[in-house]
Ligand binder design. Structure first.
Ligand code: ZN
Length: 255
């Protein structure tokens, strides 16, 4: 089968590393081709016309040439610079966090157009919103859903009964909620106050326009943030590694 030699793609720049004398190796996320590693030649020279179009977190339209080891960016034109991200250190660091999550939760060339949309949507809002707390939590819950790690927030994972409006439990390894009876019996299950569970459900199921209007008390905010961060950390340390490992085994057995 002959491979196409050139292709156009939109791409968000997730990561970049210097390569050789004047080149950069970019990790980008695209709607139709998933995550790609692309070579940008000569972009560290002051004369490079491409350089300004492939800054971190930009949404760029690219013409890419298929290469032997890496595909090579032949032309690049900025579609969205998300300038607000660059002028605010706090927002820049949050953009790094979003990019790192996308990088960590995806495999090269696994296509996930909804995740591309989510990232572009979130970067755009991050660049101009004053309060970004809910936006980040919304992103976290949705990237979990879009990559196969959606936590079960409505039923007990042991008895399958709908959760009663009381203090229930969350178990990282099980990937979601447990009723009081099964949660208390399960080592390492974390008690979840009802307001925290309600916020998580709201973030998971409601459109951003509704989420943006939520008013939360600081204690609930803190709890939601800490829970999502520890769950994501758990996944990255345990399940994702085993997924990587299984995929590597599958690939090796096909070679
Ligand atoms: Zn139960």
């Amino acid at each position: 089968m002959s491979r196409e030699r050139l292709y156009h793609t939109d791409a968000i720049i997730l990561r970049r590393t210097d390569f050789g004398e004047a080149d950069r190796l970019l990790t980008v996320f695209t709607p139709q081709r998933g995550k790609l590693r692309l070579m940008a030649k000569g972009v560290r020279k002051t004369t490079s016309r491409k350089a300004g179009h492939i800054e971190l977190f930009m949404l760029t339209n690219m013409l890419v040439a298929c290469g032997h080891t890496w595909d090579v960016i032949s032309q690049a034109e900025t579609l969205q610079a998300y300038r607000g991200l660059r002028e605010d250190l706090e927002k820049t660091s949050q953009a790094y966090y979003l990019a790192e999550l996308v990088d960590s939760f995806t495999e090269e060339r696994d296509v996930n157009a909804p995740l591309f949309e989510l990232l572009a949507f979130t970067l755009a809002r991050l660049s101009h919103l004053a309060d970004i707390f809910l936006l980040l939590r919304y992103f976290e819950l949705h990237i979990l859903s879009l990559t196969g790690f959606q936590p079960q927030l409505h039923f007990c994972l042991v008895c399958n009964q709908p959760l009663a409006p009381t203090e229930n439990y969350f178990h990282f390894g099980d990937g979601g909620m447990l009723c009081p009876e099964h949660g208390q019996a399960r080592p390492h299950a974390k008690m979840i106050p009802l307001p925290v569970l309600k916020v998580l459900r709201f973030l998971q199921t409601q459109p951003w326009e509704k989420v943006a209007d939520l008013q939360l008390n600081p204690q609930t905010c803190q709890h939601v943030e800490a829970l999502l961060l520890s769950y994501i950390t758990f996944l990255l340390e345990h399940r994702l590694k085993s997924v990587d490992f299984i995929r590597r085994l599958q690939r090796e057995s096909h070679d």
